[in-house]
Ligand binder design. Sequence first.
Ligand code: NI
Length: 155
Amino acid sequence: MAILNIIKEGDEILRKKCRPVEKPDRRICTLLDDMRDTMRLAKGIGLAAPQVGVMRRIVLVDNSEQILELINPEIIKEEETQEGIEACLSVPGKYGIVKRPMKVTVKATDRNGNEFITHGEGLVARAFCHEIDHLNGVLYIDIASEIIDQDEVDD
Ligand code: NI
């Protein structure tokens, strides 16, 4: 177990496209464990591998029942839309208003190499979209209709 350093906006690493995982191995399992610890400590509801400097298509999303591990995730269905508040561990002190699908269906592989399908609604759908965007070098601030500085709100 280890707590990993979360890379912040401005670092080119967050702007690169990640490569798929061919076959989850021990190294990938260790990464998943470390990402889980890192996300818990940071109190995030999602974390993508590039945020810890690993350019692989891996994300974690807390669906409020469990922390899901998604390897090579793909959104295969989007339904309805929602507009709401979004933040990112790599963009501290800010949040934004982002339009996302209300419901998504995601296909991914688990750490044992088995493919599965999962669904998310509301905040969970938002998290799936946000984390999968990270794998393509996209940050929510790129698509937000408004970005708010938390300091300005506190004043
Ligand atoms: Ni993020």
